[in-house]
Design a protein around this ligand. Structure first.
Ligand code: SAM
Length: 183
């Protein structure tokens, strides 16, 4: 993403009424610089005051967990990462686990401990490897997401990067010949 584009997305996110009164400058997550909060804002706004339970797979330095904790002021925020995570500041309403997104036994243990009646929102921002994403998705979607809960897979576009471990350049299966009829 170009620097111009990043600056533009950040500016839009910062001026997004759906996110008020949060100061997004306080959270160092690419959800802001990539402009994802502009997409999340209108979708998640009705849930902001509710006692939701959110699970995020892949949390890096825990900045997105802090953002979700402050965004959902009655929410319980749970994170999982391969690496140890140290949260910057108080852990209030944040719970972090270490392990792999494809470890279905661990995913079930986390759900039993933090959301026994299911998560309201699950976000996969972990490996971005399709096989691992698929394992987490089916396990969590079938067993630990509430009915009408939201399941988000971020950065799916990596699958179209030719230099990504399981990526490949996008090619349409349709040629123009099959799409347009000669007249
Ligand atoms: C893009 S970063 C997460 C950024 C964070 N969600 C945010 O919005 O700021 C991806 C994270 O996924 C973790 N990760 C990669 N593969 C994983 C796996 N198989 N299981 C769990 N976490 C994984 C990495 O350690 C890294 O911290």
């Amino acid at each position: 993403m170009s620097e111009d584009r990043t600056a533009h997305d950040k500016e839009r996110a910062l001026s997004n009424d759906y996110l008020a009164p949060l100061d997004l400058n306080n959270y160092h997550t690419d959800k802001i610089t990539n402009g994802y909060m502009n997409v999340y804002g209108p979708i998640l706004a009705p849930l902001r005051s509710k006692p939701i339970k959110l699970l995020e797979l892949g949390v890096l330095g825990g900045e997105s967990l802090r953002l979700w904790r402050d965004y959902f002021w009655n929410g319980t925020i749970v994170g999982l990462d391969l690496r140890p995570v140290t949260i910057n500041g108080p852990m209030e309403r944040i719970f972090v686990y270490q392990g792999a997104q494809q470890d279905t036994a661990l995913l079930s243990r986390i759900a039993q401990e933090r959301a026994s009646d299911g998560f309201d929102i699950i976000i996969d921002d972990a490996s971005h490897i399709a096989d691992l994403t698929r394992i987490s998705f089916w396990h969590l979607f079938d067993n630990h997401l509430k009915p009408s809960g939201l399941y988000v897979v971020e950065d799916w576009g990596t699958g179209y990067w030719s230099d990504w471990p399981d990526g490949m350049t996008y090619r349409s299966i349709h040629s123009f010949e099959n799409v347009f009829y000669p007249c």
